[in-house]
Design a protein around this ligand. Sequence first.
Ligand SMILES: [Zn+2]
Ligand SMILES: [Zn+2]
Length: 124
Amino acid sequence: MKITKQREVIYEILRKNRNHPTALEIFDEAKRILPDISLSTVYRTLKDMVVHGDVVEIKLEGESKARYDLNTGEDHAHFKCRACNRIYDVSLMLPLDLVGFKVEKVDVYIYGLCPECSQKEVTA
Ligand SMILES: [Zn+2]
Ligand SMILES: [Zn+2]
């Protein structure tokens, strides 16, 4: 099995699944396309893709497993809803006082309630 095929499959899974899956979830998907793929291969491939900047690793508070997201080239923050546990992409405006700085990596996590859940909390 060539590494390129595995990368291709994992890339495709991440492109279709924008829910920020864990390596295990990616593995479950990948198995359907490449029945011989192993979990360690998925981990290794993901790690490699992170190093190359194709994939972003997301580590959220209170979660032991990292999640993965395609690097869209567009800086976005991740909002985690504590009620439904969904992870939302939210657009991010870099602060103006970063002018003159060369930003190489942006990691922003926001925690709280999504619009749906905060609505429920108000009416409950
Ligand atoms: Zn929610
Ligand atoms: Zn994202």
